[in-house]
Design a protein around this ligand. Structure first.
Ligand code: SDX
Length: 432
């Protein structure tokens, strides 16, 4: 961060004029450091939803919402989606540089050797109803991991932080796959060390003991790309949740469980499940105008799921890659005439020509097309957000490690604008 000592911001009110430093980033807007505002001026700032608030200093991911650009450690997401693969992206996010072949081999070997769960953890799955939402299961199992891996919960020990990080990146695919298997009453399939990360996950989801299973390379490449596209995204709601949980010193397994819980919401990671359900509800292209009308009607709570974003005021670059991948995967699977894909493309075309969406700069986001690919792969809609959580685990961990390593790190503790009752005295029940 560039601390240009000459750049200052002045805030004047009630006869006082306060001066605050301005910091200039590598990319993006300058920030005004108002951390001393309450101490010097006796007032808080007010920014519900944190639209104008930088919560931290980070070197991991950058989004240019106006250009529709996403960089992981400076590398554009479309280049990584085309030329890299998920575990190499994990290495980049965690350690800041693309690995040499030797570094990548070592990293992949360490992840591969941690993909199994403690056998006793199978009991957790069996405690849930069969129709439990997989997000409920993975949130519970993830939090319970801290009770099995006591040798990697001390966050003050860099070695334990590293082991916990590798364990979670390695084990989430197994947890998510087993949540799926449990929901359909099929036996758990154990990971295999001779398969790559995405192929291992697909095999754990779709193979059965009764027959051999060959991973379709088209699907494993598409799965790997979906993981890469979801890996990290600056200080989104779930990442901010992980940082806030981590700021109290909570163990890493608990922090990631908090991130999973936050991601579940339909305004965030739950939107991919909601978007496919919406496309199915629309059903045919001729129904689109009615849904566009509803999305614009303030009295109607309906929103176009998979559209809009707090930061992107242009195309979400991930949606562009996802749309190309949907065309490729469905074409290679011989289902390019998939009615849901046709509705999605026509809905996008109509919305992007509509003044409401143009004026509010609402474009398809990462969740608009991802469900179509996952559905074509054979996943039920309830598995879409767990897959998002699986992929985002590396981003949550990278952001959590960055926060823990920051010597200025303190517990996050926002204040408030109190609008409740002023001081009053207790009234006995008979006098109320
Ligand atoms: C993700 O933060 C991240 O980076 C998240 C994420 C990540 O990788 O971590 O990118 C993943 O969560 C993507 C977003 C998935 N959510 C959805 O697709 C749900 C539908 N989208 C919306 O709910 C909404 O767009 C949000 C939640 C994504 C953004 O909400 P904001 O920034 O608070 O914007 P807003 O709700 O204030 O909307 C601004 C205006 C409003 O109209 P006005 O009140 O100004 O008249 O745009 C309208 C909204 O009504 N609007 C929509 C809309 N999204 C916003 N109108 C119709 N359909 C929509 N989808």
């Amino acid at each position: 961060m560039a601390k240009d000592m000459d750049k200052k911001a002045n805030i004047s009110f009630e006869g006082q004029s306060l001066e605050f430093p301005i910091y200039s980033p590598t990319l993006g807007p300058d920030v005004i450091d108002i951390s001393k505002l309450y101490g010097t001026g006796g007032v808080f700032t007010y920014d519900p939803g944190f639209t104008s608030t930088a919560s931290c200093e980070s070197a991991i991911t950058f989004i240019d919402g106006d250009k529709g650009e996403l960089l992981y450690r400076g590398y554009p997401i479309d280049q990584l989606a085309e030329k890299s693969h998920f575990l190499e992206v994990c290495y980049l996010l965690l350690y800041g540089e693309l690995p040499t072949n030797a570094e990548l081999d070592d990293f992949e070997n360490r992840v591969t050797r941690h993909t199994m769960l403690h056998e006793q953890m199978t009991n957790f799955f069996r405690g849930f109803r069969r129709d439990a939402h997989p997000m409920a299961i993975i949130c519970g199992v993830q939090g319970a991991m801290s009770s099995f891996y006591h040798d990697s919960t001390d966050i003050s020990d860099p070695w334990q932080r590293e082991v916990a990080s590798i364990r979670m990146i390695a084990k989430l695919p197994t947890v998510v796959a087993w949540a799926y298997k449990y929901s359909i009453g099929q036996p758990f399939v154990y990971p295999r060390n001779d398969l790559d990360y995405a192929s291992n996950f697909l095999r754990m989801c779709f193979s059965v003991p009764a027959e051999d299973y060959e991973v379709n390379p088209i699907l494993s490449r598409a799965m790997d790309r979906i993981f890469t596209l979801h890996a990290d995204h600056e200080q989104n709601a779930s990442t901010s949740t992980v940082r806030l949980a981590g700021s109290s010193g909570a163990n890493p397994f608990a922090c990631i469980a908090a991130g999973i819980a936050c991601l579940w919401g339909p305004a965030h990671g739950g939107a991919n499940e909601a978007a496919l359900s919406m496309l199915r509800e629309i059903g045919t292209v001729d129904q689109i105008p009615e849904y566009i009308r509803r999305a614009k009607d303030k009295s109607d709570p309906f929103r176009l799921m998979g559209f809009g974003h707090r930061v992107y005021k242009n195309f979400d670059p991930r949606a562009k890659v996802m749309k190309q991948s949907a065309d490729e995967v469905l074409g290679l699977l011989g289902i390019e005439n998939n009615p849901t894909l046709q509705v999605a493309k026509e809905l996008e075309r109509i919305a992007l020509e509509d003044d409401y969406f143009i004026e509010k700069k609402l474009y398809p986001n990462v969740d608009f097309y991802s469900g179509i690919i996952l559905d074509a792969m054979g996943f039920p809609t309830t598995m879409f957000t767990p897959i998002f959580a699986l992929a985002r685990t590396v981003g949550w961990i990278a952001q959590w490690k960055e926060m823990i390593a920051d010597e200025n790190q303190r517990i996050g503790r926002p204040r408030q604008l109190y609008v409740g009752e002023a001081h009053r005295n207790y009234v006995d029940a008979e006098k109320r």
